[in-house]
Design a protein around this ligand. Structure first.
Ligand code: 0O2
Length: 223
């Protein structure tokens, strides 16, 4: 996870009138970092509990990040949002992000169900790109969670975007993401088309592995 709290955009640093804004920005980002820690701790706990109950883990790995100030400003401009500390959290829900990588497709919903049952977490939004993939082949389950963060002045609800996907979906998405950030790659259209084809192979592999896993576990139970 990259700590971007102190890497303020040049337009803030070069403007002495914005020193107060810098302080507000820092405490604002601290809330997001705290929310990520709260959710990560919960996921680790849920995974250990799952392991005790089922004999195997749910989570293969976790990745988290706080959007960099530059990336927040880029999105503010791209989506014509108001850069306002009061209203931006309601308009931009992916400032804090956690990616949960699981081994099997079934584990995506198992993880979601466990998060849903947490009394202090609210699921504000759900996008199911697993059963309805994007046209480019992207598959992942996206949840926007509202998490309480306990501050000296009281409790604040902070949003965290959680993406849940399999190892295979993550493998595909990391390369597709790389391509979308590269400007000078030749034959972009052909590569994009190839990635759509590979997304289908990845999906087939995920389904086959899930079926084999179910067969192994069913036989394990019978014996
Ligand atoms: P990063 O670097 O991961 O933060 P928007 O955020 O405005 O682009 P929306 O509708 O708010 O779109 O969010 P959506 O569709 O839920 O997707 C947000 C995040 O999901 C992206 O964040 C990616 O991480 C991931 N994602 C969505 N679609 C794709 C895709 O087609 N390919 C890949 N590889 N990832 C995708 P960021 O901010 O783009 O990137």
């Amino acid at each position: 996870m990259t700590d971007t709290t102190n890497n303020l955009p040049a337009q803030f640093v070069n403007d002495p009138t914005s020193l107060e804004a810098i302080d507000r920005f820092r405490s604002w980002m601290l809330n997001y970092r705290s929310a990520v820690q709260v959710v990560e701790t919960k996921i680790h706990y849920l995974d250990q509990e799952y392991q005790i109950q089922n004999g195997h883990t749910l989570v293969d790995s976790l990745q988290s990040r706080i959007k960099s100030p530059e990336s927040i400003l880029e999105k503010v401009q791209r989506k014509h949002l108001n850069f306002d500390f009061e209203t931006l959290p309601q308009q931009m829900h992916d400032i804090a992000g956690i990616r949960i990588i699981v081994r099997f497709e079934d584990d995506i919903l198992s993880m979601e169900r466990r998060l849903e049952k947490q009394p202090d977490i609210k699921i504000l939004n759900r996008k199911d790109y697993v059963s309805k993939p994007k046209p480019n082949g992207y598959r992942s389950l996206h949840l926007i969670l509202a998490v309480p963060v306990f501050l000296a002045a009281g409790v604040e609800e902070v949003t965290v975007e959680v993406q849940i996907r399999t190892i295979a979906m993550n493998f595909w998405a990391s390369l597709e993401h790389e391509l979308s950030y590269k400007k000078n790659v030749q034959h972009q259209d052909e590569l994009r088309h190839e990635l759509v084809v590979k997304a289908e192979l990845v999906h087939q592999l995920d389904q086959d592995m899930n079926a084999i896993k179910n067969q192994i576990r069913a036989e394990e139970k019978r014996s």
